[in-house]
Design a protein around this ligand. Sequence first.
Ligand code: DQA
Length: 157
Amino acid sequence: MGPVTTVYVFNGPNLNLLGTRKPEVYGTATLASVEELCRATAAGHDLELDFRQTNHEGDLVEAIHEAGAAVKRGEALGAVINAGAWTHTSLALHDAIEGAELPVVEVHISNVHAREAVRHHSYLSPVAAGIVVGFGVDGYALAIDGLVRKLRPVRSA
Ligand code: DQA
């Protein structure tokens, strides 16, 4: 077995309320169950999961820096990020991802393009390796799979 590789899953503001917040939009799964889904998906790829949620933008900026450094050390693959409303407001997160050179898959539980116009623009999309929107919380698993398929070199048997 090779060295342990981590995949990060970062969640922004209000995602701690998953399960009770607008279930008609975000479903009834809790963030704890999303973490379990991500852990099982990561394990299926022999990856360790580092799963976090914060309501403080600077904490997410610093987590992105930390993850970028881990990728450069060869200890991590990249990150799945649901930045919540910061998606639509935060040039700082755009600059953090770009500056840290962190491979990111942007995920949204809801189809943001079918919602209010303010949710159609993303500061993260131009610096994302890929984007998964509108698949509910299953999008987190799809995003991890996509990150692996895009980034992990194919191992010979
Ligand atoms: C979200 C979509 C955002 O517009 C919203 O602010 C969220 C959740 C999603 O997962 O669908 O907080 O990122």
